[in-house]
Design a protein around this ligand. Structure first.
Ligand code: DAH
Length: 345
């Protein structure tokens, strides 16, 4: 009777182990067949009440059965673990032959290409890069550049005001004043690339935000020949060796004399075409000899020092260089525009 009972327990255990498909189920079976409260274990603990001759045989049988069940569970566990691992490996398999999603390569904005090129040209001539704030005071943006309150030159440079005396700078020229004050009378040879702002309607040729590169050289015996030679070298490096420049008299409150610098039109080589409106020249920048008042106000003795300054519109140079028809394209980040300026590998 007991023997039959053990055989039944054994075969039902083997049956259930065979059918289980998860390790959780196996855990349950372990408890059901091998834990203290299982039938098998209660039979074991009841051995003592059997007559000694039966006790030995029965004990052996029970222990063997228990060991066989435990072994079967262990083997099944290993089998399941292996199957689970294989399933996991299968599901995480990477098909390296699948075509990948194409990552579109952009192009560097031509604005930055040109800004870096201009900067490099001047660095190679021995200039340093200086910096200044975009939120400026009236003092630096105007007064220290010889543009007092009510000066008519202010009309062309209306901007965004933060308070009566704090504004977004209308040009990079205030960096001239900052640099002169910081250098305290020592020679200067700097450029300053940076953002500038004006109250302008945004259209193909105007933007409320644009960028300039300011240049300033101060030393003893600096004359307008230095200005011309520097800007001529810049024009040739930027637009090609064949380009020539011409200086036209102009007016800026912070320079005296002041000039407008034109280059011969690259489109027609100076003969006259629609791009240069028949003149053969295209205006590229403004400059001049630093006004004695500006030198004086910023700590330089005009009887000892002289200097020249210039301001270049970065977008303007980029527009001429690449034949771009709308200034707004620099700021829109449109991939169809940028793609055209992708550097060839
Ligand atoms: N600041 C001028 C402007 O924005 C450009 C300029 C002209 C800068 C002559 C200069 C200069 O340094 O000498 O219109």
């Amino acid at each position: 009777m007991e023997n039959q009972n053990i055989n039944e327990i054994y075969s039902s255990a083997m049956d259930e182990i065979g059918k289980s498909s998860t390790s959780e189920k196996l855990q349950e079976l372990k408890i059901k067949f091998l834990a203290k409260k299982s039938v098998l274990m209660s039979l074991l603990s009841a051995l003592g009440s059997l007559p000694p001759e039966e006790r030995k045989e029965m004990g052996q049988k029970l222990n063997e059965t228990k060991a066989k069940i435990a072994k079967a569970i262990e083997e099944k566990e290993a089998e399941l673990r292996k199957a689970e691992l294989e399933k996991k490996l299968e599901s995480e398999q990477i098909d390296i032959s699948l075509p990948s999603k194409r990552v579109e390569l952009g192009g560097q904005n031509p604005f930055y290409v040109v800004k870096d090129e201009i900067t490099d040209i001047f660095l190679n001539m021995g200039f340093e890069v200086a910096d200044g704030p975009e939120v400026e005071t009236d003092l630096y943006n105007f007064e220290l550049l010889n543009i007092p309150k009510d000066h008519p030159a202010r009309d062309m440079q209306d901007t965004f005001y933060i308070s009566d005396s704090v504004l977004l700078r209308t040009h990079t020229s205030p960096v001239q004043a900052h640099t002169m004050q910081a250098r305290e009378g020592k020679p200067i040879r700097i450029i300053c690339p940076g953002k500038t702002y004006r109250r302008d309607d945004d259209d193909a040729t105007h933007s409320h935000q644009f960028a300039q590169i300011e240049g300033l050289v101060i030393d003893k015996d600096i004359n307008i020949g230095h200005l011309k030679a520097t800007l001529e070298l810049f024009a040739k490096k930027m637009f090609g060796e064949k380009r020539e420049i011409r200086l036209r008299p102009s007016y800026f409150p912070f320079t005296e004399p002041s000039v407008e610098v034109d280059i011969t039109c690259a489109n027609c080589d100076g003969k006259g075409c629609s791009m240069c409106k028949g003149t053969g020249y295209i205006e590229i920048l403004g400059g001049g000899m630093v006004h004695p008042n500006v030198l004086k106000m910023n700590g330089y003795d005009p009887d000892v020092y002289s200097g020249f300054a210039f301001g270049i519109g970065i977008e303007r140079v980029a527009i001429l260089r690449y034949g771009i028809d709308d200034i707004r394209k620099f700021y829109q980040n449109d991939i169809r525009f940028l793609r055209q300026y992708r550097k060839k590998a």
